[in-house]
Design a protein around this ligand. Structure first.
Ligand SMILES: Nc1ncnc2c1ncn2[C@@H]1O[C@H](COP(=O)(O)OP(=O)(O)O)[C@@H](O)[C@H]1O
Ligand SMILES: [Mg+2]
Length: 590
């Protein structure tokens, strides 16, 4: 019965009830009226006929009252009517319900409506309460006429209760029908409204899912009525809505994927310079969270007055303005910002700020500039020396054989350095041009290294430096460019000899791990001061400038090592204890 609680079913049932009771009431009322009328008419006409018959019997007996009385009594018993005969003055001559003695006590009946009408030679009909028989009676009175003269009145009467009886007998089935009807109506109403409520519930529950954007279910509805039509329409609506929402979401996703994967920072601002949206790159640049930045002022999240000025200028001039700003912080970031002004405000967005991080570019530019300056400087020194000595020779120094030889030796040495420098710069440039130029082949370090050491044989002997090669034996294969790998070991061994002390040692060994192979070259030389350890791989960096130059170094050897290793996907590193030696390792990934 839970569904009765729902307003819908309750109201429907109440409406049914009211309509049904009303219909019943009206039917009952009209039916009773109609039956009463009809019955009364029938009763009247039959009583009139009977009275006419009685008049025929009574007329010849008018002169003989005792006989009249007894005849009437007999007749009354047969036809079960009360019969009264009245003289023209209204006195009772005979009455079927009275004894002869009682007749004289009866009132004059001339004023009774039906008798009065009969005395006027009309048919008198009346319904009234009779004191004599104590019940409601129907009276019909007819005049007894002798030509135009009224000789008396014959009146017959019967209780009207019979009509009521008939009516009540009609009422009972009506009430029964009514009760049955109410039962049927309530029952049918309950079933119907239950059915209806159930179907409406089904629509509501699916509609609630739709509201939560859950499209997993369709409204299943049987029948061919309005509810079915509603269900079909709602299903169509849901399908359209779903595809629309999905389209929008894909669009939104696309946009957000683009924005969040951009390396450029993007901040959308309103005309009042409030942050409307920012992508992750922008969050990272200015170190804020976009969620907290919503509707905050641009200056608040970027803390950069110059940026604000650029934005102001763009809004004032109504055109795109670019500028470069520098961010203070751990790393001094250099950003190029483009402020794009939107002509029509789209969803409160008045301008878009795009930030390109120029830090790395500027850093590389600086390195290059420095490198060019360094190269020029490194080239100029030997050239100046060469020029000086040649000029001195030309000025006459050439005449003295000893001086000439000494000067020419210096010139040859400097030319050699110049050659090495040019060679090293070219090598660096070549490696920097990219990995693509590297040839890939399998190089067995265990068999290559003795060949490289062979090249240094003379120098090693000269300085009485011993080499311990622990690689000998098993093949040690790495993948890479054979010539470049040679260069790595040549440069490292060159340093290990150059910076070693006389009668020192060089040890070479390898370690094989799952990630790759590490080869280490250790010497017993001067070592590297701790604060220079980080920088030895930089171009032109020498821990001891004059000493290195004396030894004929270019300062590019380790930079070349580092670049070659990185081009192979590996790296180079160094460890050292000042005064005791240095240990350089190179790692080749497998
Ligand atoms: N084995 C080593 N022992 C001590 N110092 C070294 C060693 N190898 C390199 N260095 C230091 O690193 C600097 C850079 O080396 P490198 O790039 O090969 O230049 P160069 O050999 O021309 O001086 C050297 O000048 C030197 O100071
Ligand atoms: Mg070197």
């Amino acid at each position: 019965m839970a569904f009765l609680q729902t307003g819908f079913a309750k109201r429907l049932l109440a409406l049914y009830g009211i309509v049904f009771v009303l219909v019943l009431f009206v039917t009952d009322w009209t039916l009773s009226r109609y039956l009463q009328q009809r019955d009364l008419q029938q009763l009247q006409s039959s009583l009139t006929h009977q009275t006419t018959l009685i008049r025929e019997i009574a007329t010849p007996l008018l002169g003989d009252v005792p006989r009249l009385q007894s005849e009437i009594k007999k007749l009354s018993e047969v036809i079960r009517l009360r019969i009264t005969v009245i003289d023209p003055e209204g006195a009772i001559l005979a009455d079927s319900s009275e004894t002869v003695e009682g007749l004289s006590k009866m009132d004059n009946h001339a004023t009774r409506p039906e008798v009065a009408a009969a005395l006027r030679k009309e048919t008198g009909i009346s319904i009234r309460y009779s004191m004599t028989v104590r019940t409601r009676m129907l009276y019909v009175a007819l005049p007894v006429l002798d030509r135009e003269r009224v000789l008396g009145v014959v009146r017959a009467s019967m209780p009207v209760t019979r009509v009521d009886e008939i009516l009540s007998s009609v009422s009972r089935p009506v009430i029964f029908t009514a009760l049955l009807g109410i039962l049927v109506v309530v029952g049918a109403g309950m079933i119907f409204s239950h059915q209806l409520t159930k179907r409406i519930r089904r629509i509501t529950s699916v509609a609630e899912r739709y509201a939560r954007e859950d499209w997993s279910e369709k409204i299943l509805m049987d029948g061919r009525d309005e509810l079915k039509m509603l269900a079909v329409t709602m299903n169509q609506m849901a399908a359209t809505l779903r595809s629309r929402i999905e389209d929008l979401e894909t669009e939104k996703e696309k946009l957000s994927v683009i924005l969040s994967n951009m390396t450029e920072g993007v901040i959308a601002i309103s005309r009042r310079k409030q942050c409307v949206m920012a992508n992750p790159a922008a969050e990272k640049i200015f170190e804020f969270s976009a969620a907290g930045a919503q509707s905050k002022g641009l200056i608040e999240i970027t803390r950069h007055p110059l940026l604000e000025q650029i934005v102001d200028q763009a809004f004032r001039d109504q055109k795109t303005v670019s500028g470069e700003i520098q961010l203070s912080g751990k790393i001094k970031k250099i950003l190029r910002v483009n402020v794009i002004v939107l002509e029509s405000h789209v969803r409160d967005i008045g301008g878009i700020l795009v930030f390109h991080d120029m830090t790395e570019l500027r850093r590389l530019e600086n390195i290059r500039r420095e490198f060019v300056a360094n190269v020029s400087h490194e080239l100029r020194t030997p050239l100046t020396t060469i020029k000086g000595f040649i000029e001195t020779l030309l000025d006459g120094a050439a005449k003295d054989p000893a001086t000439r030889e000494k000067f020419l030796k210096i010139v040859a040495e400097e030319t050699g350095r110049l050659g090495r420098l040019v060679e090293d710069v070219l090598t660096l440039g070549e490696i920097e041009q990219g990995v693509a130029l590297l040839r890939k082949e399998t190089v067995d370090l265990a068999s290559e290294l003795p060949m490289i050491l062979e090249r240094f044989k003379l120098r090693l002997q000269e300085r009485r430096i011993s080499v311990e090669n622990r690689l000998s034996g098993k093949p040690l294969e790495v993948s890479g460019d054979r010539d470049k790998i040679h260069q790595v070991f040549v440069n490292l061994l060159d340093n290990a000899i150059k910076f070693n002390k006389p009668e020192g040692r060089i040890t070479v060994w390898s370690e094989q791990e799952s990630k790759g192979i590490t080869v280490t070259i250790e010497d017993t030389g001067t070592g590297i001061p701790e604060d220079s350890l980080e920088r030895v791989f930089e171009r032109f960096f020498r821990a001891d400038k004059s000493h290195s130059k004396e030894l004929g170094g270019t300062g590019l050897g380790l930079a070349i090592v580092k670049h070659i290793m990185e081009a192979h996907g590996g790296h180079a590193s160094c460890q050292s204890t000042l005064g005791q030696g240095a240990r350089f390792s190179v790692f080749f990934p497998s």
